[in-house]
Write a new protein. Structure first.
Length: 110
């Protein structure tokens, strides 16, 4: 019985760094989507460039499902996509909260 609890504690401890890195990487993608929305609004990107188009498609496909959650509640303010900023701040909060939660659960089980 206690062996299973120790293994669960070790599993939770081993998930701390990957969870943090995953949230951090996704945060960078959301920030890139935010910057791209501004660059598109200012016509600062060449939409006919294949490289720009493929990068924009990748970032949009990766971030749009997450950003839709926030866009339902926060409308755009002119060319400023406030929902992307709120989504990015939520990810920053989760970067601190999720690893701390996993550490605390692992410590409580040990």
């Amino acid at each position: 019985m206690f062996g299973g609890i120790v293994m669960l504690s070790a599993l939770l401890s081993s998930l701390v760094l990957p969870a943090y890195l995953l949230l951090k990487g996704y945060g960078w993608l959301v920030l890139a989507a935010f910057v791209l929305s501004w660059l598109r609004a200012l016509n600062a990107l060449n939409p006919y460039s294949p490289a720009v188009r493929s990068v924009c498609r990748f970032i949009d496909a990766a971030t749009e499902p997450y950003l839709k959650i926030f866009r339902r509640f926060i409308p755009p303010a002119g060319m400023l996509d406030v929902s992307a900023m709120v989504a990015w701040l939520a990810l920053i909060f989760l970067q601190g909260f999720v690893p701390a939660l996993l550490n605390n659960l692992a410590a409580a089980l040990a």
